[in-house]
Design a protein around this ligand. Structure first.
Ligand SMILES: Nc1ncnc2c1ncn2[C@@H]1O[C@H](COP(=O)(O)OP(=O)(O)OP(=O)(O)O)[C@@H](O)[C@H]1O
Length: 299
């Protein structure tokens, strides 16, 4: 697998704020990676540095082996689509034709199909598009550019559920035909979970979780039932959370379950539920390095 992104010891300090601290990871291609984190966690800062639009205070970034800053050879191979993308005073068709000239792998047919799918009016000034339509234009450009590295910074704002589903479907269909490296920063992790090969969670500027999605499925379980049964079941295990209401207890434990665990749960009349990726991302932020049981920094 070729390395698309290699980040080592990356930090970004603003005058009064440390936005990123010692972030290191590598992403190979092809891959669809999810970049998750709360508001202000540092996702946009990271994506902008990857795209050569911002300086790092320290550390290194390599995109396909080269530094992205003012490096045309690297920048031609990538696109960053931002939620707050500003467009000059253009109509939709102008933005599309400008993008078609800018990106060497531009797919005219895909662009046309996406414009139809999202019902984007070619002649309308971009400033007069609704918020969701502007987002759809960003998605259209981002997908049709078919850049070897595609960075989407929260490409959802203003999109309704139908349009988001269309986005996931089109992204997956195009990725299947043209595998490449796509990084999606998102808050809607469970919605995008099926797409993601890899999950990276940033919290307060630090990478707190980095793992293949498959490894995270079933990595933690919610156990529910009578307090005595739950406590017996989770004894000796790492727990991320435990809450009781009356005699009912709900605990979240780390570690995969085997057949014997399931039989014991049955015997104790406990209900088991896999922790979703969204919940896992929250726990990872609250419990940095929970005994290494939630994998951090997979390569
Ligand atoms: N130019 C800047 N000057 C000072 N602080 C900045 C600057 N840019 C970003 N920050 C701060 O760095 C932190 C990370 O911001 P960033 O936009 O990367 O977060 P984010 O994870 O993308 O957040 P959101 O999900 O809300 O978009 C925030 O506290 C933000 O206020």
């Amino acid at each position: 697998m070729t390395t698309a992104i290699a980040v080592d010891g990356l930090s970004r300090h603003y005058r009064d704020h440390q936005a990123l601290t010692d972030v290191s990871f590598e992403i190979g291609t092809p891959c669809i990676a999810g970049l998750l984190g709360r508001n202000g966690a540092g996702k946009t800062t990271l994506l902008r540095i990857l795209a050569g639009q911002e300086f790092a205070t320290s550390g290194t970034v390599r995109i396909f082996g080269g530094g992205p800053l003012e490096n045309d050879a690297v920048l031609r191979r990538m696109i960053l689509v931002r939620e707050d993308q500003t467009y000059p005073d253009l109509r939709v068709r102008h933005a599309i034709s400008a993008a078609s000239l800018m990106y060497p792998n531009w797919d005219v047919e895909l662009a046309g199909a996406l414009l139809d799918t999202f019902e984007l009016p070619m002649n309308r000034p971009i400033k007069k598009l609704s918020r969701g339509m502007r987002t759809a234009l960003g998605i259209t450009v981002g997908l049709a550019a078919r850049a070897e590295l595609t960075l989407f910074d929260e490409p959802y704002s203003g999109l309704d559920a139908v349009a988001r589903t269309l986005f996931y479907d089109r992204l997956l269909a195009d990725y299947t035909e043209h595998p490449r490296c796509i990084v999606l920063s998102t808050h809607l992790i469970d919605e995008a979970a099926e797409l993601l090969d890899r999950v990276l969670v940033i919290d307060h500027g630090r990478l707190v979780l980095d793992a293949p999605t498959d490894e995270l499925r079933g990595a933690a379980t919610t156990v529910m039932g009578a307090a005595s049964g739950v406590d017996r079941f989770i004894a000796g295990r790492t727990t991320l959370d435990r809450q009781s209401m009356g005699t009912h207890t709900r605990a979240v434990m780390v570690g995969r379950l085997d057949q014997r665990d399931r039989e014991l749960a049955d015997h104790l009349h406990l209900r088991l539920e896999d922790v979703t990726l969204q919940q896992l991302a929250v726990y990872a932020a609250e419990h940095p390095d929970p005994s290494g049981l939630i994998p951090a920094r997979a390569s």
